[in-house]
Design a protein around this ligand. Structure first.
Ligand code: ZN
Length: 609
């Protein structure tokens, strides 16, 4: 049994190396050219890169020839571990077709087309530190959806980067995923070396496969790592040292970041004053139907960032409406949303919401059956992911976004939305009467304090016959009974309301909308069981680097690593169950979300009257 396990690991290591090799070969080649005309590209270089003007000219011609607005250029002597890290992050097909794919960078040279230089304020030649380079690469990639690529230049050398240690360079390449990927690497090394005791032959084969990875990836390609021999010989030791040091640096950097240190005092003062002031008085009757039979459904905690607090969801026995009771007041919501979608939580949010465009593309395709938009407003549009993807489907339409977070301003800067409104929808709607033919609220209404006011605002901003698109959690998804408080859609304390389909229909009609179509299966996102597994493990070992969490010693890091390593089969089981449930969800409409398309009908009644 163990022999089989290690043989599978060995095979997986060889297959992944072959895949990364294919990725190296699919990078664009920079050829030396002599044409006099050089297209205008701005250049960012890291302090370690060795390059001359002719290399920049050749790379500019390459970007122009392949019609790319942004070209990340890899040095031809990139070190083996950096090369493997970059190829791990880079999927050519995804990079070229996924409009919201995050930047992949080796951190040496970046070319930016003239139009992006003008829009982003980055002009001419700039030489910056390695961390500044990666920050620019991430920012500028957003200006070039589907128009960015990786290339390899024989005239660019990485030799001068010795000032930045390897673990730090790898951490920059891995970005938001660095702590996770270093932990996985450490787990693999521990697994392989301990395998030598229990299944010597197959574990040795797996270890040899790991050592052979740099050679499999690089030999015969246009990248000749300057350290290929030593990297092959010493691979597992280099990885062990890099992952240990990488984890330590990542954790130290997180908890010592100036923003974290500054916030620590503020958060501890806020909690010292007690959390009672964050709640409105508890309701004794159902806000939807007025019935007095309320029962406690779930008492739970904040599972994403582990801010202290306890939250209760109650259900009306008469109409089934589920809501947070007592509900957070404005001060409480501001407190719990702080550092969630922006600030300290921005990178986690980007990781969760920006990892896959398929979910946004599927939504856009579904909605395309009901509208051909001219002016679209996406309310609660966050960082503009949906608008950016939907633009690919309707290039001629105008896409505006509204959100409370700073992300919507950044979405406007990078062109993901045409206009970004930062604020509350009911306040902003007054100046936008009848402007839009489509308003979407995707995973938004459940976050709002007064859904009826939000729907009235949608009614006001839509033109006659305009289309409203809603997507909300489906409280009638039956496996949620099984998952209890670990169901991700409870998402406390953010989700304040859960409307069943009949309740949503009543609400829509009350606000002047005529439902046209309901979609359940197509709105399902298969992440119920994998997120439950993650919530359980995170509950056993919550993240320690946030300023509202008690500070911990390195021993706690060992505990966290052990919990997630031993718990990885639980995560895999969660993933498998989600995949098994997916066809049932699609076929029978058993879904964790539903979408509704509605037309603006009668004039809206006053929600206060
Ligand atoms: Zn009720």
């Amino acid at each position: 049994m163990l022999d089989l396990l290690y043989s599978i690991v060995a095979a997986a290591l060889v297959v992944s190396a072959l895949l990364w090799r294919r990725r190296v070969n699919s990078c664009l080649p920079v050829h030396h050219g002599t044409q006099a005309v050089v297209p205008e590209y701005h250049v960012v270089l890291t302090e370690g890169a060795v390059v001359d003007e002719s290399a920049i000219r050749d790379a500019s011609r390459c970007a122009h020839a392949y019609d790319r607005d942004l070209l990340e250029v890899l040095p031809c002597d990139l070190s083996a571990e950096e090369l493997l890290a970059v190829m791990q992050m880079y999927s050519p097909a995804r990079y070229r077709k996924n409009r919201i794919a995050a930047a992949v960078s080796a951190g040496y040279m970046l070319l930016i087309a003239g139009n992006i230089g003008a829009r982003s304020g980055l002009q001419g030649h700039q030489r910056v530190s390695a961390p500044a380079f990666f920050a620019q690469a991430r920012r500028l990639k957003k200006y070039a959806p589907c128009r960015a690529d990786l290339a390899i230049s024989k005239q660019l050398f990485s030799a001068g980067n010795a000032a930045v240690p390897l673990p730090e360079r790898l951490a920059l390449i891995y970005g938001n995923l660095s702590a996770v990927l270093f932990s996985v690497q450490l787990a693999v090394i521990v697994l392989l070396y301990s395998g030598l005791l229990v299944a010597p032959l197959s574990a040795l084969a797996a270890l040899l496969a790991l050592h052979a990875q740099p050679a499999i990836v690089a030999l015969g390609t246009s990248i000749k790592p300057r350290d290929l021999a030593s990297a092959t010989l010493l691979r597992s030791l280099i990885m062990l040292s890099a992952s240990l040091s990488g984890i330590r640096t990542a954790l130290a950097r997180r908890s010592a970041a100036p923003a974290v240190t500054a916030a620590r005092a503020e958060y501890s003062a806020a909690f010292a004053a007690g959390t009672e002031r964050f709640y409105s008085p508890r309701k004794t009757s159902c806000p939807l139907c007025g019935a007095h039979e309320l029962r406690e459904l779930i008492r739970t905690y904040e599972p994403v960032m582990h801010k202290p607090g306890s939250f209760m969801l109650e259900q009306c026995s008469a109409c089934g409406y589920i809501f947070q009771n007592p509900q957070l007041n404005a001060e409480g919501l501001a407190f719990y949303y702080r550092d969630l979608y922006d600030g300290l939580g921005a990178s986690l949010t980007e990781l969760i919401l920006g990892s896959d465009d398929a979910v946004y593309r599927n939504r856009a395709r579904l909605f395309s059956r009901y509208c051909t938009p001219a002016r679209w407003l996406d309310v609660g549009g966050g960082n503009g992911y949906f608008c950016c993807v939907a633009r690919g489907l309707w290039p001629g339409a105008t896409f505006d976004g509204l959100d409370l977070s700073q992300g919507i301003r950044e979405a406007e800067e990078s062109g993901w939305v045409d206009h970004g409104y930062q604020g509350q929808f009911p306040d902003t709607a007054r100046s936008l009467a009848g402007v839009y033919d489509v308003v979407s609220m995707i995973q938004y209404l459940e976050h709002t304090v007064a859904p009826e006011k939000e729907l009235s605002a949608a009614h006001a901003t839509l033109c006659d016959g305009g289309t409203l698109i809603l997507e909300v959690p489906n409280p009638d998804f039956w496996p949620r009974r099984f998952l209890g408080r670990y169901w991700f859609q409870w998402l406390q304390p953010q989700h304040l309301h859960f409307f069943s389909i009949p309740n949503m229909e009543k609400l829509l009609r009350r606000c002047g909308f005529e439902p046209v179509a309901w979609h359940t299966g197509e709105a399902h996102v298969p992440i119920d069981f994998i997120t439950a597994a993650l919530f359980i493990l995170r509950g056993l070992a919550p993240p320690a680097h946030y300023p509202w969490r008690p500070q911990q010693s390195w021993l706690y890091g060992v505990w966290r690593f052990t919990v997630f390593t031993l718990g990885s089969p639980l995560i895999m089981a969660g993933f498998l169950i989600d995949m098994l449930l997916l066809p049932w969800a699609r076929l029978f409409g058993m879904s964790n979300n539903y979408a509704v398309i509605a037309r603006r009908a009668a004039p809206v009644p006053n929600p206060n009257g």
